[in-house]
Design a binder for this molecule. Structure first.
Ligand code: SAM
Length: 256
């Protein structure tokens, strides 16, 4: 696992901070142990966990800034080791994080991230608390909540630099769950398959109604996995109107 991660991250242009790869290996052990008693992942081979969970999650860090919102590191910053990433010091919310993907991987690779993990399944959230303790991760909130309800609270609304989500809902629905969290000028990055063209096109109204502007999708290969996945970035250009997001029943029944 360690070699796959070191090589894969390097291929993605990422220099992990010291100790990060060991933390990912420990995270994988914790995941496999807990998966015996709780349904956390269908992927149970360590090499596949490395590629399809960890390297895939790392893609947000490696490629998520390509849509041109974030300034490149300055010359002085580039001289530092490791080079500050575009997520340095940012606040990020991972909606429907499950076993912590992609949020927890991003936190391990960019420790200065202020991270909020949200999931509607309490057992998973309790386990995420334990993982953060074992891995000595500070600055992580693990919240047991439904995303569409939490986003109605003023503290969470229009406030995060970045929202991310993987494998939670179709794109139009996901936009309603995630965009309300993002501050004006921030971004929502949906992690999707490359088969998502129709889904993305059908989310155009949803993006607009929620105060977003769709940016160009970024397709990326996962090193060693033989598959290409997609990041779909959306810039937040105006606050999400009152009344959104709606209840899950309405979101599902009548996408915006
Ligand atoms: N993001 C993780 C990943 O890529 O491995 C987990 C994906 S899992 C298929 C979907 C997760 O989203 C589940 O853990 C589920 O409990 C959570 N979820 C679904 N709807 C949600 C909602 N409305 N609010 C919060 N969490 C939700």
């Amino acid at each position: 696992m360690k070699d796959i991660l070191i090589q894969g991250l390097a291929e993605m242009g990422l220099t992990p901070p010291s100790g990060a790869v060991d933390k990912l290996c420990r995270y994988s052990q914790l995941l496999l142990e807990q998966n015996q008693v709780m349904n956390l992942t269908a992927i149970t081979q360590p090499d596949q966990i490395a590629r399809l969970h960890f390297l895939d999650s790392a893609a947000v860090l490696a490629y998520g800034d390509r849509a041109g919102l974030e300034p490149a590191p300055t010359k002085a910053q580039r001289g530092l080791d490791p080079t500050p990433t575009w997520l340095a010091g940012k606040s990020l919310i991972d909606v429907g994080t499950g076993a912590g993907f992609p949020g927890l991987v991003l936190k391990i690779l960019e420790p200065s991230l202020s991270l909020t993990l949200v999931d509607s399944l309490g057992k998973r959230v309790n386990w995420l608390h334990e993982v953060c303790e074992v891995l000595f991760l500070d600055g992580v909130r693990c919240l047991h909540a439904r995303a569409e309800e939490l986003a109605l609270q003023p503290e969470f609304r229009d406030s995060f630099d970045l929202a991310v989500s993987r494998a939670v809902a179709s794109y139009p629905l996901l936009c309603e769950l995630c965009l309300p969290y993002v501050r004006v000028g921030g971004k929502f990055v949906a992690m999707k398959s490359v088969e998502s063209n129709l889904e993305i096109a059908s989310g155009a109204t949803s993006v607009e109604r929620l105060g977003g502007r769709q940016l160009e999708a970024i397709d990326y290969p996962i090193p060693g996995a033989g598959v290409t996945h997609r990041l779909v970035p959306v810039k937040k250009i105006s606050p999400t109107p009152k009344g959104l997001p709606r209840s899950w029943g309405k979101i599902k029944k009548t996408p915006l």
